[in-house]
Design a protein around this ligand. Structure first.
Ligand SMILES: [Zn+2]
Length: 261
C-alpha cells in the first residue's frame, strides 16, 4: 500500500477496501469522471476496480458527489451550467467546498468552443473557484476548450499549485508551459480515434500525463466510462513505443503525485 501523504486533507473520502482490488494489479486512476451520472450499481462496480476522481456540474450534482464514499471528490459549476445557474448558486457552492473539505474543485473552467456567449459569466465563476482553490490548496479539474491560453493564464495568475487540464486538445506549444507550471493533462479514450488528441499524447512530456474517461459520455460511437481507459493505455503504448504495462506505471505514478494518493 502506498504511503499516505501527511498533507492529505481530512475531508478526502476513504479509499475502497484493499480486498476489493484486482489480484496483484494496481488500481487505475480515472482522473475526470462524472460519477453522479452513473446508476448506483454501476458506480459501485467501478469503485471496486478503479480509483475515481468524481467531478460535478452544479449544486445538485455536487451534493450527490459528496455522498460518494471511496472516491476523490471535486465540486464545482461546469462552464456549460453557468447559464442555468440560479442567483446564489456560486456562493452556495463555494461554501459547500469549504465546509466539506474536499481536495478538489471541478469541473470548472472556460469554454469558448461550445458556450462562447456566456464567457463573461464563466470568467467570474472561474475566478471565484480559483481564489478558493488557492486559499484551500485544492487541485483544479479544468475544462477549457478553445480557451486554453486564457484558462492557463488564470491558473497562473491565481498562483494555483496543482491543476489538471482535462481532455487536452489545445496547442502542442502550450504543453511546455503546462509542464513548467507543474500542471497535468488527461488523455481520454477518444485518443484511439481523435487525431488532435493523438498529437497531444505524442508530444506531451510523459511526466504530466494522466488518464480519464469523462464518462458517462458518448464520443463518435465510443462509450466513455472507466473500462474504456484501457483503450487509452493501448493507444499510448503505440504512440510512445513502449509496452502497455510501462504506460500504466508512468500514468499511475503521475496520478498518485497529482492526487496525493
Ligand atoms: Zn467532464
Amino acid at each position: 500500500m502506498q504511503q499516505r501523504n501527511s498533507s492529505r486533507r481530512p475531508g478526502a473520502a476513504p479509499e475502497a477496501p484493499e480486498e476489493s482490488r484486482p489480484e496483484g494489479g494496481e488500481r487505475v486512476v480515472d482522473s475526470h469522471v462524472h460519477c453522479h451520472e452513473f446508476s448506483r450499481d454501476e458506480l459501485n462496480g467501478y469503485l471496486k476496480s478503479w480509483t475515481l476522481v468524481c467531478v460535478s456540474d452544479d449544486v445538485s450534482s455536487s451534493r450527490r458527489t459528496l455522498e460518494i464514499a471511496g472516491a476523490v471528490r471535486c465540486l464545482g459549476i461546469h462552464p456549460w451550467r453557468v447559464e442555468s445557474a440560479q442567483p446564489g448558486d456560486l456562493e452556495t457552492l463555494l461554501k459547500l467546498v469549504e465546509r466539506s473539505e474536499v481536495p478538489c474543485v471541478g469541473e470548472v473552467g472556460l469554454d469558448r468552443r461550445f458556450v462562447q456567449h456566456t464567457i463573461e459569466r464563466q470568467r467570474e465563476y472561474f475566478k471565484a473557484f480559483l481564489r478558493l482553490a488557492r486559499e484551500l490548496d485544492l487541485v483544479v479539474n479544468v475544462h477549457a476548450p478553445d480557451a486554453w491560453h486564457e484558462a492557463l493564464d488564470g491558473l497562473r495568475r491565481a498562483d494555483i499549485d496543482r491543476a489538471l487540464i482535462h481532455w487536452y486538445t489545445g496547442p502542442v506549444e502550450l504543453l511546455e508551459t503546462i509542464r513548467d507550471l507543474g500542471y497535468y493533462i488527461s488523455i481520454n479514450p477518444a485518443v484511439a480515434i481523435q487525431r488532435r488528441h493523438q498529437e497531444v499524447a505524442r508530444e506531451a512530456d510523459r511526466r504530466i500525463v494522466v488518464l480519464e474517461s469523462d464518462g458517462p459520455y458518448e464520443y463518435r460511437g465510443l462509450r466513455l466510462a472507466p473500462p474504456a481507459i484501457r483503450m487509452a493505455v493501448e493507444k499510448l503504448a503505440e504512440l510512445w513505443g513502449v509496452p502497455q504495462n510501462c504506460v500504466s506505471e508512468i500514468v499511475g505514478t503521475n496520478a498518485k503525485r497529482l492526487w496525493r494518493l
